[in-house]
Design a protein around this ligand. Structure first.
Ligand code: HEC
Ligand code: HEC
Ligand code: HEC
Ligand code: HEC
Length: 154
C-alpha cells in the first residue's frame, strides 16, 4: 500500500514538472518586456543589475510599428531565418542556443556568446536604420546604438 502511494506521489510530481516546463515553452510573449536572461550571474554583470536596469524591449512595436518580420530576429539551429513564424508558434528564447555568458579572450566575437548575439541583432539593425536615415556612421538617429540608450543606470 505504502509503495503504491509513493509511486502515485512520484507520478504526480513528474506531471507537475512537465506542466511547468510546458508553460515556459514560449508560445506567448508580452508586448513589452525586460530582457533578463538566465545564465548571467547578476552580481557580476557589467551592464546589468544591480547598477543597470534590465534592457526594455518593445516586441510588439518592433513588429507592428517598425514593420520588422519575425525572421529578422528569430532563426533556427542553423541560423536560418524563421520566415513563416506566426504568433502562437512555439519559439525558443535566444539564450537556449546563444548560451555562452562569458567572452573567451581568444574569440571575443563568437556569435554564440549571448551578449554578441543580442548586440549583433539589436545594434546592427539600429545602425542600419540610422544610416538609412542619413547618418553615414549610423550612430545618430532613431535607432538606439549607444550603450546608455539601452543600458540605463539605476
Ligand atoms: C526585432 C526582433 C524581434 C522580432 C521582429 C520578433 N521577435 Fe519575438 N522575440 C524577440 C526577442 C529578443 C525575444 C526574447 C527572447 C529571449 O528572452 O531570449 C522574443 C521572444 C518571443 C517569444 C517568446 C519566446 C519565449 O520562449 O519566451 C515569442 C513567442 C516570439 N518572440 C514570437 C515572435 C513572432 C511570432 C514574431 C513575428 C510576428 C516575432 N517574435 C518577432 C525578438 C523579436
Ligand atoms: C535554435 C538555436 C538558436 C536560437 C533560438 C537563436 N539563435 Fe541566433 N544563431 C544560431 C546559430 C547556430 C547561429 C550561427 C549561424 C552561422 O554560424 O552562420 C546564429 C547566429 C546569430 C547571429 C549572427 C548572424 C545574423 O543573423 O546576423 C545573430 C545576430 C543571432 N544569432 C541573434 C539571435 C537572437 C537575437 C535570437 C533570439 C531572438 C537568436 N539568435 C536565437 C542559433 C540560434
Ligand atoms: C531589424 C531591425 C531591428 C532590430 C533587429 C531591433 N530593432 Fe530596435 N528599433 C528598430 C527600429 C526601426 C526602431 C524605431 C526607430 C524609429 O523610432 O523610427 C527601433 C527602436 C528601438 C528602441 C527605441 C524605441 C522603442 O520602441 O523602445 C529601443 C529601446 C530598441 N529599438 C531596442 C531594441 C532591442 C533591445 C533589440 C534587440 C533585442 C532591437 N531593438 C532589435 C529596429 C530594430
Ligand atoms: C540596442 C540595445 C543595446 C545597445 C545599444 C547596447 N546593448 Fe548591451 N545588451 C543589450 C541586450 C538586449 C543585452 C542582453 C541583456 C540580458 O540578457 O539581460 C545586452 C547585454 C550586454 C552585456 C552582457 C550582460 C552584462 O550585463 O554583463 C554587456 C556587458 C553589454 N550589453 C554591454 C554593452 C556596451 C558596453 C554597450 C555599448 C558599447 C552596449 N551594451 C550597447 C542591448 C544593448
Amino acid at each position: 500500500m505504502k509503495r503504491k502511494l509513493i509511486l502515485l506521489l512520484l507520478v504526480a510530481g513528474m506531471a507537475t514538472i512537465f506542466a511547468a516546463t510546458a508553460l515556459q515553452a514560449g508560445t506567448e510573449v508580452e508586448d513589452t518586456f525586460e530582457i533578463t536572461t538566465p545564465g548571467y550571474d547578476d552580481a557580476n554583470r557589467k551592464k546589468g543589475p544591480p547598477q543597470f536596469k534590465p534592457v526594455t524591449f518593445t516586441h510588439k512595436k518592433h513588429i507592428e510599428d517598425y514593420n520588422i518580420s519575425c525572421g529578422e530576429c528569430h532563426h533556427d539551429e542553423n541560423g536560418e531565418p524563421l520566415a513563416d513564424l506566426k504568433m502562437g508558434d512555439d519559439v525558443q528564447p535566444c539564450h537556449e542556443c546563444h548560451n555562452i555568458f562569458e567572452k573567451d579572450k581568444d574569440n571575443r566575437r563568437d556569435i554564440m556568446v549571448h551578449e554578441n548575439a543580442m548586440h549583433g541583432n539589436c545594434r546592427e539593425c539600429h545602425k542600419q536604420v540610422n544610416i538609412d536615415a542619413g547618418d553615414p556612421k549610423g550612430r545618430k538617429g532613431p535607432g538606439p546604438t549607444s550603450c546608455n540608450d539601452c543600458h540605463e543606470r539605476v
